[in-house]
Design a protein around this ligand. Structure first.
Ligand code: ZN
Length: 273
């Protein structure tokens, strides 16, 4: 009996020494690759710090984060509970991005005239403020859906853009080409945090907050059918496909953000991956 009990506690001791991480389980859903959206699950009431930033945790221990287009350094995830801390370091896989040349754009769309600089600055502040929102909504845990049915993907995340021969910012969205007026659906439940009819580059623009810094952005819309502050359900028609702002033809350009980090929308859409 005594020997048996001793063996049991010795085995437990051995187990704890060999597998300390079992005390502090963390699971990830998503790839550690540039542009990726990643869900984490750990014990409830833990404290999570990613790259020195404190991250929200849901009541059931779920958190979310993303990897930027050009991130090269490892990502460091610190998880603490009851005075114990575990540090997880993950390597980031690099991607090769396409080069996309678009010619024949009106000159003012490639290099905006000085008189619109103020307007562009204001637009960027509006978009930036909406992306910074750190709300306790937890919709991001659900599966996202495609915003447009039966559309052709004409632009992908990350492409280096050369407009009329001039190198410009990379393309961060996923482009769905569809006829003007095609309904655009909310990819996920959330709260509308920006609803604008005519921003300079993005035209009719909507941003929906899905919680914990995750938002989706819909641009070049012909119609904008939701108001700021409105609660929308996944699949709700929020507007229609257009070619407003800087666009060569009717298409929806959809974006996925984790705060100011632009993520690849296809990382949350299985059928496109
Ligand atoms: Zn686009």
């Amino acid at each position: 009996m005594v020997v048996g009990r001793l063996n049991k506690s010795f085995l437990l001791f051995l187990f704890l020494v060999l597998f300390p991480q079992k005390l502090f389980a963390v699971e990830f859903e998503g790839k550690f690759i540039q542009g990726s959206f990643i869900l984490g699950k750990t014990l409830a009431d833990s404290k999570i710090i990613i790259d020195d930033k404190k991250i929200r945790l849901t009541k059931d221990g779920i958190f979310v984060f993303g990897i930027g287009r050009d991130r090269k350094n490892n990502i460091i995830i610190k998880i603490s509970k009851n005075g114990k801390t575990e540090i997880i370091e993950k390597k980031i896989l690099k991607r090769k991005y396409k080069i996309q040349r678009i010619d024949g754009l009106p000159k003012k769309q490639v290099t905006p005239p000085p008189e619109v600089y103020e307007r562009i600055k204001k637009d960027n502040i509006l978009i930036g403020q909406a992306r910074e929102i750190n709300s306790p909504l937890i919709h991001f845990k659900k599966k996202f859906i495609k915003p447009v049915e039966n559309a052709i993907i004409t632009g992908v995340y990350g492409s280096q853009r050369i407009l009329n021969g001039k190198p410009r910012r990379p393309h961060y969205g996923l482009d769905f080409a569809a006829p003007e007026g095609t309904p655009v659906k909310a990819m996920m439940d959330g709260i509308v945090t920006l609803s604008e009819k005519s921003l300079y580059f993005t035209g009719g623009t909507i941003i929906i907050d899905h919680g914990h810094g995750i938002s989706t952005l819909y641009m070049h819309l012909k119609d904008v059918s939701v108001k700021k502050g409105e609660l929308v359900e996944q699949g709700k028609i929020v507007g229609t496909v257009g070619k407003t702002g800087r666009a060569t033809g009717p298409h929806l350009d959809v974006r996925l953000n984790w705060f100011n980090v632009k993520l690849d929308p296809s990382s949350v859409l299985n059928e496109i991956n």
